[in-house]
Design a protein. Structure first.
Length: 280
């Protein structure tokens, strides 16, 4: 079935142009601002509007001697070693009341436009916390070897904990596929160790440089010191309804409503490693 978008947008009725514009800005902000949006798996099958999607994880192919398939009269069957179902079972809302006098002064659309940035940030926080909580719950804790104490050695050890994984699904992992998320304190130590970890692009946005060929993020929404994983290790489909405005019964207020649903599922638990804290 067709692959779904990273954020699946469901419209609920018609909205004013300005409301739709504010809604679009919220979606764009989430796509740009959430770390989970940058690294999550979006290779789903199924329709998120039905309440769930599936992610397939196939086993490695087997390299046989020439003529093996001809002698057997068939090739190897593609083995699906791990089908993960992700249910969109978390429903959230942002509902704020606006007094009629403010509506008359500014208009609902203008008020929402002013609040859209904050709404996006709160959604980012919710989605990121759910995503990294799932990674931490599924990941394997790493025990550092004796003598590994410096920040550079600790981070390199975490990279290698993913790079060297070998099983039916994985035969080593290229560093370009690995991603590290660090608590702010750990990230700060790494920045102090490396000259010019941060660079500024033409748009004025800060990009985090790679450490030993691996992408690094500072993440305030994890409880572990370090999470080492791969791009696409977990999926998080999200459905967002457009902004709605309705009169609050028995009051002189309007309710501005933004509803969204999502689910989080870890696809590659064997490729999630965590470190609770840096060595003392």
């Amino acid at each position: 079935m067709a692959r779904t978008d990273a954020l699946n947008i469901v419209t609920s009725g018609t909205t004013k142009d300005k409301l739709a514009e504010s809604y679009g800005k919220v979606i764009e902000s989430i796509q740009k601002g959430a770390i989970s949006e940058k690294i999550k798996n979006t290779d789903y099958s199924g329709d998120p509007t039905t309440g769930s999607v599936e992610v397939n994880r196939f086993d490695n192919a087997s390299s046989e001697d020439y003529g093996t398939a001809r002698a057997a009269g068939k090739g190897d069957a593609v083995a699906n070693g791990g089908k993960v179902t992700i249910n969109l079972n978390t429903d959230k809302e942002i509902v704020e009341e606006i007094e009629e006098k403010d509506v008359r002064t500014f208009g609902v659309a203008d008020i929402i436009a002013r609040r859209a940035d904050n709404h996006a940030k709160r959604m980012i926080a919710t989605l990121d916390r759910a995503y990294f909580s799932a990674l931490e719950a599924a990941g394997t804790a790493v025990t550092l070897p004796s003598g590994v104490t410096t920040i550079e050695d600790v981070v390199e050890t975490m990279i290698q904990s993913i790079e060297t994984v070998s099983n039916d699904h994985v035969d080593g992992v290229d560093r370009e596929l690995i991603v590290l998320t660090l608590s702010p304190a750990v990230y700060g130590k790494l920045r102090n160790h490396i000259d010019k970890v941060m660079v500024t692009n033409d748009a004025g946005e800060e990009e985090i440089a790679m450490f030993h060929g691996v992408r690094v993020f500072s993440n305030t929404r994890q409880t572990k010191a370090i999470i080492a994983t791969v791009f696409g290790s977990a999926g998080q489909p999200v459905l967002v309804n457009e902004y709605a405005d309705e009169k609050v019964p028995l009051s002189n207020s309007h309710a501005v409503e933004l509803f969204y649903s999502f689910g989080t599922g870890v696809v590659t638990p064997d490729l999630v490693k965590t470190l609770a804290a840096l060595p003392a």
